[in-house]
Design a protein around this ligand. Sequence first.
Ligand code: ADP
Ligand code: ZN
Ligand code: ZN
Length: 730
Amino acid sequence: MPLILSVAVPGPFRRPLDYLPIPEREPPAIGTRVKVPLGSRPVVGVVLGLEAESRLDPARLRPAIDYLDPTAILDADILELARWAADYYHHPIGEVMARCLPPRHRRPDAAPVRQIRAWQITAAGLACDLDQFARAPAKVRALTHLRETAEPVTAARLNALGIRSGILKQLEALDLVVSRAVFSSGGLAEPVLGGALTLNAGQRQAVSAITEGLDRFGVYLLDGITGSGKTEVYLQAMAAVLQAGRQVLMLVPEIGLTPQTEERLRQRFGEAVATLHSGMTDVARLRAWDRVRLGAARILIGTRSAIFAPMPDLGLIVVDEEHDESYKQQDGLRYSARDLALIRARNRNVAVVLGSATPSLETLHNAQQGRYRHLHLRLRAGSAEPPELRLIDLRRHQASDGFSSPLQQAMAETLAAGNQVLVFLNRRGFAPVLRCSDCGWIADCPRCDARMTVHSRPGGLRCHHCGSARPLPPRCPQCGAPEPMPVGQGTQRTETVLKQRFPDVPVVRIDRDSTASQQALTTAIEQIQTGAPALLVGTQMLAKGHHFPAVTLVAVLDADGGLFSADFRGSERLAQQVLQVAGRAGRAERPGQVLIQTLQPEHPLWPAILDQDYPAFARAALAERRDTGLPPYAHLALLRAEATTRNATWAFLEQAAGRLQANAGSVAVLGPIPALRERLDGRYRAQLLLQCSERPPLHGLLRRGLPELDVLPEARRVRWSLDVDPIDLY
Ligand code: ADP
Ligand code: ZN
Ligand code: ZN
């Protein structure tokens, strides 16, 4: 019987490709990597099936080049998750499978799979006479050590005792020791349990609700105000899972921004913790991936891509700050790690905890529908009181260099009392606009429909959309007047202003420019944590998850952008950002206050925010979404296209709209319309929006329609992509 390998290969293929096995070799197992030819080059694919026949003429099939893994490195759990993601996001299966592998394992020249090796004494090794090694003290030491420990000991640990693997291999040749790969049973790093805090009543209820449901699928929304002790709830639920011999996956929005969470996990659980995020080197990622895959690590803390890490004993998934938009990948496979966490938990029949002080409207809706168990933490843990929020009306109190006089006064008082001030401004750079005060000329990006941002140190104009940069013009290119003026405030300018106004106080800026290196960020955070009076300036990077005990005043310099955002999620984002950044104020014994500058103090969004009544905000926002037919009351997919000419973009989208409309049924096909910034990086962008009150018709239409779009002649002149459940529509 001929055997055909069905292989998921990277590339724009909607199905796995068929290959012939390598003659005379044992066929590979499902879930192993194989090297196969694709066109003229070798690529790494993953075996998804062994079939009796091919849809194609077997004479045209090519044989695989090599089998890379002796046993499956992706288990059934990951294969099932990847299949689900490929189907739901209508994305090529091979591209999805590639996401499941650490970068090192995607390369055709990849090193063989690393196994964690451990050494163990044999019966012969126990019985042998050590005197025969009188002239080889290292061998005596190795045998003595392994005799004392019945358990296998890792090569790394033996190495640390000065016992080289060369010695061990010589002993292995004599059958005195054996090496074996360590798998999940009897994981190497035993989690340390203990150090738990005494829970308050709300935390206790949350922990027992979660731990009672651990052995089956269930979703728990841990809805707790900032500082209410959600992390302690996660830790105690995790401890129960670890005690039962199972593993925990914890997703965090951006790991560099939550070093404290990582630190707390390590303090509590020691060496059993592994970390995985894209800022790590390929080697470090591979190592962490192997440690969890082999069960040596019992807890994995990672960013969104960690949802694809194989965990044989998975017993619980925690998604911290579940509302955070960084869980949604914005290019390639546009997946939501939070949503995949639910799918994976369902497949594995385990619990998943979604935690947030400001849950997404989708999640709240699901909780209200009874699909999730809603757990509340309504009080701050420990002794901290919630902060007080107030608006400053910028029409009555004019700001100079971004700061109104009541705000300046509050800052001076806070610093004088020995506390820290956090200034939040979601705009990096020096100033958002460079303008000629004579003729009104504005520096636009030559490649985008966007203004260029003024930067200082290094000085110049930079486009935040395409990255293009140029020097500051000494004169206006339009009228020749000298020195066009930076208009508006960015974090760099704010930092400069603060240094002038408060020359005796250190100013710490945290944004993507100031923290290009992890080291810079760590240094900045350490400086803040000394607790000495300081001014902190930053973007939302500073608002996320940090615990800064000495901050008692938070200033939101400009909240108005979010009030009138073009995007339907604008107000949700604003409420979340303000409440998250407000949560940085007064987290310890000292009470906190939050001052928000606005030109729109009577905007209907403010009362709920000022009362820190996120549920009231969410009720109103959900009602509005229902009335306007937007998520969670409708399901959306966005078909985006871009090309170097506007014509090419529109020709494709008009064809696509026609094809999709022809059998759209209950799905509304809206557009094409130009993107909010039509030209970006020199390309013209437009989009089609597909909308339906039910999911199945939308996905049915996509399943039938996309293969048709693949072969449109117009498709060859554009880049196009599909975004299922898009985060923003423009
Ligand atoms: P959240 O994640 O909800 O913002 P954290 O878990 O960071 O809150 O907790 C805020 C602070 O309260 C931390 O310093 C934490 O150590 C402390 N804390 C949490 N739970 C308790 C408790 N039960 N008793 C005393 N302190 C607690
Ligand atoms: Zn001019
Ligand atoms: Zn640009």
